[in-house]
Design a protein around this ligand. Structure first.
Ligand code: NDP
Length: 333
């Protein structure tokens, strides 16, 4: 069985040499345990933070040990009657081909609702992040204009559809490059799209949201947050979800120079971590299952095959190689 280790802490942008693909023994499951063959695992932007040796809301990855993260797989040996061989489960031992886990740490998933990998995307952490942000953190109200940055990604493509379900009248997105911006409007349900690589974000946002922005779902930070502060209407709400424009920074990044606009506009800017919104998981799972079934929350995934390509998938994710959820598929998936 192969697994991906963190071999060195990246400085700035991660490079392949920061990682190692390592052959490991597969132990037999002990009492109460299962052996899982991973079929899919997730690569996510927050993992970049865990590669630094700093305390955050998740502990840093250890050096020369397998990294972890979301995964779905098939039970291939079981010492736990509640999870028989053949069960499909979601768990947190990604970045490896096989995992031995206590059965309590593996959650059975219903592949009758959606294929297994959807439980890492639309029915997983990124879907719930979009829902929590727009339902609770920066609530969308009927008729709102919503602006989403990182609009073509896993959270972003979910946010556009969910904003609409929550009553948004206009949804504007920003992403990198003409191809992605075209797809934002033609495929991902946005009313208008901004190619942030062209520059001139503030003017572009004014044009895309002529009546201003009521809710900003921030995946990017930096210039995007600055442009949103100019565009936000009185009483506007901001869900501070991520700041991917800064994840590879080697020095502290200054905040937006127009933050004081928040005072006169009576803005609410709220940071959040999806793990604190677990109380919404049941409600969201029911809604998302319905929306998947009726086509109003279509899945969008970018699939990279083989654990030997997982590091490229992760580095690619940070550089915009994906639309929707970036996934690594192992074997047949
Ligand atoms: P994405 O699928 O959005 O992938 C990352 C995307 O970021 C890339 O596709 C790329 O798209 C974009 N990007 C990279 N560099 C930049 C840059 N300098 N400026 C603008 N965009 C950039 O990832 P996720 O959907 O999983 O995550 C989106 C955000 O949500 C991240 O910031 C992540 O950390 C955050 N997050 C936060 C959670 C929470 O609990 N608070 C939970 C989950 C995610 P492009 O080609 O358009 O540049």
């Amino acid at each position: 069985s192969r697994e991906v280790h963190l071999a060195a802490r990246p400085s700035g942008e991660p490079v392949p040499e920061d990682f190692a693909l390592v052959e490991a023994e597969v132990p037999d499951p002990g009492p109460g345990q299962v052996l899982i063959r991973n079929d899919w695992f997730s690569v996510d932007p927050y993992m970049r933070g865990r590669m630094n040796d700093v305390k955050s809301y998740t502990p840093p990855f250890a050096l020369n040990a397998p990294m972890d993260g979301g995964a779905v797989g098939t039970v291939v040996a079981s010492e736990a009657p509640e999870l028989p061989v053949g069960s499909t489960v979601r768990h947190f031992q990604g970045w490896r081909e096989y995992a031995v886990l206590d059965a309590v740490s593996a959650e059975p998933i219903d592949t009758g609702i959606a294929p297994a990998q959807a439980y890492l995307g639309r029915l997983g952490m990124t879907g719930l992040t979009a829902y929590a942000g727009l339902k609770e953190v920066a609530p969308v109200r009927e008729g709102d204009t919503v602006f989403v940055s990182g609009a073509a990604g896993a959270v972003g493509t979910a946010a556009a559809r969910i904003a609409r379900h929550l009553g948004a009248a206009r949804v504007v997105g920003s992403a990198g490059g003409p191809e992605k911006t075209r797809r934002l409007v033609e495929e991902f349900g946005y009313d208008a799209a901004i190619d942030y690589r062209k520059g001139g974000l503030t003017a572009a946002l004014r044009e895309a949201a002529p009546d201003g922005v009521d809710v900003y779902f921030d995946n990017v930070g930096g210039d995007h947050l600055r442009a949103a502060l100019f565009a936000l209407n009185q009483g506007g709400r901001v869900a501070l979800c991520g700041a991917i424009s800064m994840y590879n920074a080697t020095e502290p990044v200054p905040g937006p120079d127009n933050l004081a606009l928040a005072i006169g506009k009576r803005l609410t800017l709220r940071g959040f971590i999806v793990a604190d919104h677990g109380h919404l998981a049941g409600e969201y799972a029911r809604l998302a299952a319905g929306w998947l079934a009726d086509g109003s929350l279509p899945r969008e995934e970018t699939v990279v095959d083989g654990i030997e390509n997982a590091v490229d998938a992760f580095i690619g994710l940070l550089n915009g190689a994906n639309t929707g959820k970036m996934l690594v598929r192992l074997g047949q998936g």
